[in-house]
Ligand binder design. Structure first.
Ligand SMILES: Cc1ncc(COP(=O)(O)O)c(C=O)c1O
Length: 444
């Protein structure tokens, strides 16, 4: 590649300049500079090809990197009208909000667009406070809702939340126990009832007084693909409804076909008051949105400065969202997620007969997590071996990551992946698991 000065942009020079000028986060010693993406594949500055098993950062490439339909729609919108003054409306935004209202699990809804998932969670929480006139929010242990100061306070992953000196604690946000079927915190079996009872008691017995909302992910993605049991989710919906507490479902990772249903909410038939989306809807552009039951909103809220962002309700982002919705429909990606998810889970379960480190395989649709443990009886996370295995995955051209305690292999490729690409990703994932197995055995 040639840069503007005509100098050769070799991979080493790019890495050196990235080190010097780019402010990183989560930075690892191993540095890769990518130059191109198409569908499920990415190429680095050395021309090496990788398969992307996490769809960008777990979703923006759900319809594939540089999906031609999204590229055409965003390019056309860029040429026509990319932005407006923030209070004005535009055709793509109206169209997107209208389409969302038709399919949202909330029923008829209003939608507010913003640049990221965490920002949309903040918007949802502020709205819930404003609507109810209360200011407490309950989230779950193991939850991830973003990394702004307020969303860190909602998070239930200590390693992320405690990063700020003293730990991040919003005074009116608290966590309730989550019913993790594989690593239960309250009981020795996978019964969800104690967690529901703990939430009910917390609401009624005085720990919380002014609860505006409960927020949860149906499957805790960053927390390690923890699938909340359907009965628990339905019970929480009832608990909230009975008490006039709003239920916010964070579908930033799970929304739009990923889980083998249009929404993860649909897996359990719940109708939340507010839904938060992001990632996949942007097709690679920055994306977040809060979707709220239309009957909860009034003119006074909409006229107030409840959330003001330069990039709120902007046409470029909405054009991307509309194009992604088109692809999901025309390529029948809900069905594809069901089919590919079944294939992937079956393969990982088959691998579990060979590799003792596979403790659990879980997640709906093509939203799969493989929990890797040092010992199946103690379920101790194989976190150290997984840290080394990430390097190995990069060596063999598989882009993945480990969630939970750094031990849950993520497998959530673009839903547009071909059968052959999925097959190759599964082969490489097996090589990564074999690597973990070798390292766990060597250190035991
Ligand atoms: C469930 C969930 N909520 C919120 C967020 C935050 O989204 P963003 O990184 O776009 O702010 C994420 C990001 O990973 C997420 O997985």
């Amino acid at each position: 590649m040639i840069n503007e000065d005509g100098a050769l942009m070799d991979a080493q020079s790019l890495r050196t300049r990235a080190d010097r000028y780019v402010l990183g986060a989560l930075r690892r010693e191993r540095r890769v500079v990518f130059t191109k993406g198409s569908g499920s594949r990415l190429w680095d500055a050395e021309g090496r090809e990788y398969l992307d098993a996490v769809s960008g950062t777990n979703g923006p490439a759900m319809v594939g990197h540089a999906n031609p339909h999204v590229v055409a729609a965003v390019s056309a919108q860029m040429a026509e009208l990319p932005s407006t003054f923030l209070i004005h409306d535009s055709v793509p935004v109206i169209r997107f909000a209208e389409r969302i209202s038709e399919i949202s699990p909330t029923g008829p809804a209003k939608t507010f667009l913003c640049p990221g998932g965490g920002e949309a969670v903040e918007a949802a929480v502020k709205l819930a406070m404003r609507i109810t006139g209360r200011n407490e929010v309950i989230s779950l242990q193991g939850a991830y809702h973003g990394m702004s100061l307020a969303t860190m306070s909602l998070g239930g992953l200590p390693a992320l939340r405690e990063w700020v000196p003293g730990g991040m604690r919003w005074p009116s946000f608290q966590q309730a126990p989550a019913p993790d079927p594989y690593r239960p915190v309250l009981v020795s079996d996978a019964d969800w009832r104690p967690a529901a009872a703990a939430l009910r008691a917390a609401l009624d017995a005085g720990t919380y007084h002014q609860v505006a909302a409960v927020i949860l992910e149906i499957v805790q993605g960053p927390g390690g693909h923890v699938e909340l049991p359907g009965d628990y989710v339905r019970e929480v919906a009832d608990i909230c409804r009975e008490r006039g507490v709003l239920l916010i479902v964070d579908e930033v990772q799970t929304g739009l076909a990923r889980c083998g249903a249009l929404w993860a909410c649909d897996l359990h038939g719940i109708r939340p008051d507010i839904v938060v989306i992001g990632k996949a809807f942007g097709g690679g552009t920055p994306f977040g949105a809060v979707i709220v039951r239309a009957d909860l909103i009034n003119d006074e809220i909409e006229a107030s400065p409840w959330h003001i962002l330069t990039f709120m309700n902007q046409p470029l982002q909405a054009a991307a969202g509309n194009a992604v919705l088109d692809v999901v429909e025309t390529d029948q990606l809900v069905d594809r997620a069901v089919e590919l998810g079944e294939r992937a889970r079956a393969r990982f379960r088959e691998m579990a007969k060979t590799y003792e480190v596979i403790g659990d395989v879980r997640g709906p649709g093509l939203f799969v997590g493989v929990d890797l443990v040092t010992d199946r009886s103690t379920r101790e996370p194989a976190s150290d071996a997984c840290t080394q295995a990430w390097e190995h995955a990069m060596d063999i051209g598989l882009i993945t990551w480990f969630g939970g305690s750094g031990n849950v292999l993520k497998f959530k490729p673009p839903l547009t992946s071909t059968d052959e690409e999925i097959e190759r990703m599964l082969e490489r994932a097996e090589a990564v698991i074999a690597f973990v197995e070798t390292h766990v055995r060597a250190s035991s």
